[in-house]
Design a protein around this ligand. Sequence first.
Ligand code: ZN
Length: 159
Amino acid sequence: MIISENAVVLFHYTLTDEDGNQIDSSKGSDPMAYMHGHKNIIPGLEKELEGKKVGDTMIVTIEAVDAYGEHQEKMVKEMPRTSFQAEDIKVGMRFQAQTGNGSVLATVTQITEETVTVDGNHPLAGKALTFDIRVDTVREASEEELAHGHVHGTGGHQH
Ligand code: ZN
C-alpha cells in the first residue's frame, strides 16, 4: 500500500535545523502517526510522503512557508512589566496567551525593567526544517479514525 488520501502512516524521523542541530527525533520511542490528507502534520512533509511505502527512507528540507510558517512580527508584543504577576518571569518561559484568534503558546523573549517582550510565533516559525524519515507502517484507516480525521492507538490519539 502506498501513501495516499486517508492512509494511516507511522514514520520514524529525526528533525534538524538549518545549522544541523537536532531538534527532535522519534528514535528510541514510538513512530509519529498521522492520517494522510488531513493536515495532521506540516504541509511540506505531507506532500513529500505522498506515494511512499513501508521501508522507504528520505531526507528532505522543508522551507518555513511549508512548515510552521514565516516568523510574523505582528505576533511579537511588548507588554508592560506590571501586567505580569510572576516575580520570577524569565526569558524562555512559555505560557498560553489569549489573542483575537484564540490561544497561542507564547514565549518570553526579552525582559527590561518596564517591559516584557512576548513572541506568539511557533518556536519553529521562520525555520527551514530537515527531516530524515523512514516509513514504518502504512495501513487503511478505520471508520472511526476517518470520522475523527486522526489516528488512534500507537503514536496517535488515545481516547
Ligand atoms: Zn479520535
